[in-house]
Design a protein. Structure first.
Length: 114
């Protein structure tokens, strides 16, 4: 067996170090991807929960309106809702869903004051 020179041993150590660092980088990337997936799951769950809450609130409103016995009360409730929706909805696609007039784009004719 031939003796290895210090230079050869240093080269071997550097090679081992490079392999360990590459393995660590790969493992770190796996962990980062897994964390991103878990964060995405959390965000998706929050969005789904928020959507479900909105659906339930709307269903409650419709149920309460259906239980009203006076047509005038029903019309007033619907009118109040549409007034609120008119103020609340800013996207023309959303407004169209409720039969509201589209909002005209605001033109910026006045120069901005600095």
């Amino acid at each position: 067996m031939t003796k290895r020179t210090p230079e050869q041993r240093i080269a071997d150590l550097e090679e081992r170090r490079a392999k360990v660092e590459a393995k660590l980088r790969a493992e770190r990337e796996i962990i980062v991807r897994a964390k991103r997936r878990e964060h995405a799951k959390i965000l998706n769950r929050k969005r789904k929960d928020d959507t479900r809450r909105k659906i339930l609130v709307g269903a409650l409103w419709f149920e309460q309106i259906a239980q009203l016995d006076d047509q005038d009360k029903i019309e007033r409730a619907k009118r109040r809702l549409m007034e609120k929706m008119n103020r609340f909805l800013t996207r023309n696609g959303d407004r169209k869903l409720f039969g509201l007039e589209p909002i005209e784009p605001v033109s910026d004719k006045n120069p901005k004051i600095k």
